[in-house]
Design a protein around this ligand. Structure first.
Ligand code: KIV
Length: 288
């Protein structure tokens, strides 16, 4: 039998690949490091509940982020800022319960780590122990390196998030980051700072594609792009954007693969019309 080294992919059945891989054990951060070594790209989606997560898990999505985008996409807040650690713990636990294979990354919400490393450790410990996530994510580059260091030292894998950081919307708005020489140099410093602190991956949100490509070349940890061009090692989308459930305008970087808003709305109207018109339930839906 042909042997494949840890850093190789079995091309005949994709048994070592992240997407389409045949393994049933949970993906780990080590699998992501090996994927970077062999140049394999991978997809990540957000998930906020067990049922949606189980669909993505069955589809082979190897990494799911219980993002604090749950604030605007699931909980009805206007931004991610009001989301609490209790809410993230509850949502993360549901996603873990709904999945078997994907690595689940739980987002640390605004206010749960900014005070310093000890607060970050306390908050991350809740997501790991109570929700069962395999890793946590937090926003910030150089400004968050002490938090990342302590979490990693304590055995908690950390995904960092730089570029546009939505928890800072009140300070930075929703603008492209890293434009211009000075801003680009700062983004590079942020990327290196989180890598040096021990992060296993870094999200690059809304940064010019050329800069994201350079960060991806320079770092040995995977970059996960959202609005950061095609050269990142991985790509993430918010699932309600990707499946057309989010109402209103979606950002330019989103590709919509379905229009669930229309599908669900039409189904709800058909149900209502059946009820009003007396065509549901029928005999086949009734018990005697
Ligand atoms: O909360 C979230 O969904 C995120 C992604 C946009 C990366 O942080």
């Amino acid at each position: 039998m042909t042997q494949f080294s840890a850093a190789q992919t079995n091309p005949s059945d994709g048994s070592r690949t992240l997407y389409g891989g045949k393994g049933t054990r949970r993906i780990t951060v080590r699998d992501l490091a090996l994927a970077k070594e062999r140049g394999e790209k991978w997809p990540m989606l957000t998930a906020y509940d067990a049922m949606t997560a189980s669909v993505f898990d069955e589809a082979g999505i190897p990494v799911m982020l219980v993002g604090d985008s749950a604030g605007n996409c699931h909980l009805g807040y206007e931004t991610t800022v009001p989301v609490t650690l209790d809410e993230m713990t509850m949502l993360s636990a549901a996603v873990v319960r709904g999945t078997r294979r994907a690595l689940i990354v739980g987002d640390l919400p605004f206010g749960s780590y900014q005070e310093g490393p000890v607060q970050a450790l306390r908050s991350a410990t809740r997501l790991v122990k109570e929700a069962g996530v395999g890793a946590v994510k937090l926003e910030g580059g150089e400004r968050s390196h002490r938090q990342i260091e302590l979490l990693v030292e304590s055995g908690i894998p950390v995904m960092a998030h730089i570029g546009l950081t939505p928890q800072s919307v009140n300070a930075m708005g929703y603008r492209v980051q890293g434009r211009g020489e000075e801003a680009a140099q700062q983004l590079l410093r942020d990327a290196k700072a989180v890598q040096d602190a021990g992060a296993f991956a870094v999200v690059l949100e809304l940064v010019p594609a050329e800069l994201a490509a350079e960060v991806t070349r320079v770092l040995h940890i995977p970059t996960v792009g959202i609005g950061a061009g095609p050269e990142c090692d991985a790509q993430v989308l918010v699932w309600t954007d990707m499946l057309g459930l989010t109402g209103g305008r979606v950002p330019k970087f989103v590709k919509q693969y379905a229009n669930l808003r229309e599908v669900m709305g039409n189904a709800a109207k058909a149900f209502a019309e059946d009820v009003v018109g007396g065509t549901f339930p029928l005999e086949e839906h009734s018990v005697h």
